[in-house]
Design a protein around this ligand. Sequence first.
Ligand SMILES: CC(C)(COP(=O)(O)OP(=O)(O)OC[C@H]1O[C@@H](n2cnc3c(N)ncnc32)[C@H](O)[C@@H]1OP(=O)(O)O)[C@@H](O)C(=O)NCCC(=O)NCCS
Length: 183
Amino acid sequence: MVEMGARGEPFIHPTAIVHDSAHIGPGTAIWAYVVVEMGARLGENCVVGTHTYVGNYASIGDRTRIMGQCYIPTRIKIGRDVFIGPQVSFLGDKYPQVNKPNHTENPVTIEDNVSVGANSVILPGVTLGQGCRIGAGSVVTKDVLPWFTVAGNPARAMKKPVTSWDETYEGLNGPHAPGLRGL
Ligand SMILES: CC(C)(COP(=O)(O)OP(=O)(O)OC[C@H]1O[C@@H](n2cnc3c(N)ncnc32)[C@H](O)[C@@H]1OP(=O)(O)O)[C@@H](O)C(=O)NCCC(=O)NCCS
């Protein structure tokens, strides 16, 4: 049986590959076959599920939980208490190609308390505002305002904003409901 590190030390599964320069906070668990690249920083008491990839200089806040098989690319910023479901991809290059001259990444930003449903895809440069929820299987192409729920492909707002996840609220129907900037 694998046990967490003693005294709040991070736990790193023997099959994980973690670059020497990566910072893994106390109490954080890095599970089987995870890759953590150069300069990545993970806070305290995070969990990174099996087969997830964490790119160069990614920044992940305290208590954030990332399920298995996620793609967390270079220089992404993820806040605290964020939940990321399994098989979520955050993209960094809108027009990828092999041997691209002048390649630059346009990383996603994820604010605190966000929840991203399983199998979602978040396009480059998008900001997920504090406390927003992304429905399972969404393709998010624009910034999401704080405390909104969005879902679908392309993702559209489902709900009025809430001030906490415990509130109930009425749905707003239609493609022009608020919640996605620019719509
Ligand atoms: C987005 C979500 C939070 C909405 O939950 P909810 O507020 O209870 O919404 P409801 O289930 O009442 O659904 C409201 C409507 O949205 C639709 N809907 C719900 N989730 C959807 C989704 N992910 N994509 C597209 N449409 C969705 C429903 O079909 C329903 O449509 P209708 O009004 O035409 O019948 C939830 O459905 C979801 O996707 N959660 C993520 C779950 C997940 O990935 N967990 C990972 C665990 S490991």
